[in-house]
Design a protein around this ligand. Sequence first.
Ligand code: CA
Length: 223
Amino acid sequence: MRILVVEDDINLNRQLADALKEAGYVVDQAFDGEEGHYLGETEPYDAVILDIGLPLIDGITVVEKWRAEGKGMPVLMLTARDRWSDKVAGIDAGADDYVAKPFHVEEVLARVRALIRRAAGHSSSELTCGPVRLDTKASKATVDGTPLKLTSHEFRLLSYLMHHMGEVVSRTELVEHMYDQDFDRDSNTIEVFVGRLRKKLGVDLIETVRGLGYRMQAPSEAG
Ligand code: CA
């Protein structure tokens, strides 16, 4: 899962990015509205954290532009405390949720998790695929109740596949959602990670769809 943080307060931006990385996300950072808008327009994000008061282009205009361009990723706005008009304007412009400053990072993380879940059509914070359970809150996975020891890449891969259960996910899509923009991306490594993940899961839940990518689903749901 890949997140974009657009916040001009350098310390706050770093604080959010660190907490998100700690929780297993890949994070891109932008420090003004122009850069933020460009990244959101050109890169696929699973969620965006967007400050309203930004240099060059304000957050409300940024989200408005994205929606006009057909970009539908979940957007969490950061608003100034007690500026109810900002919250209304943000939601009207196309934001999905907001958090008022000052906030606890845990609240931002919880809202981001919920936005990603809902965007993928899941209402519970725990995703299940056969014997595999993914706890999006604790960033942990188990098979038949036994905790899985996963590297951050393996966890991101599993998390993405489980959020998109039953769908065919291409290698390119996986690369785009598992690495940040500065990473030297190579879609061949995805195959290696899928191989390792299959081995660790020990159950055959990730199907290779020739020429298209991968699909994860529980055996009973396989048609
Ligand atoms: Ca600001």
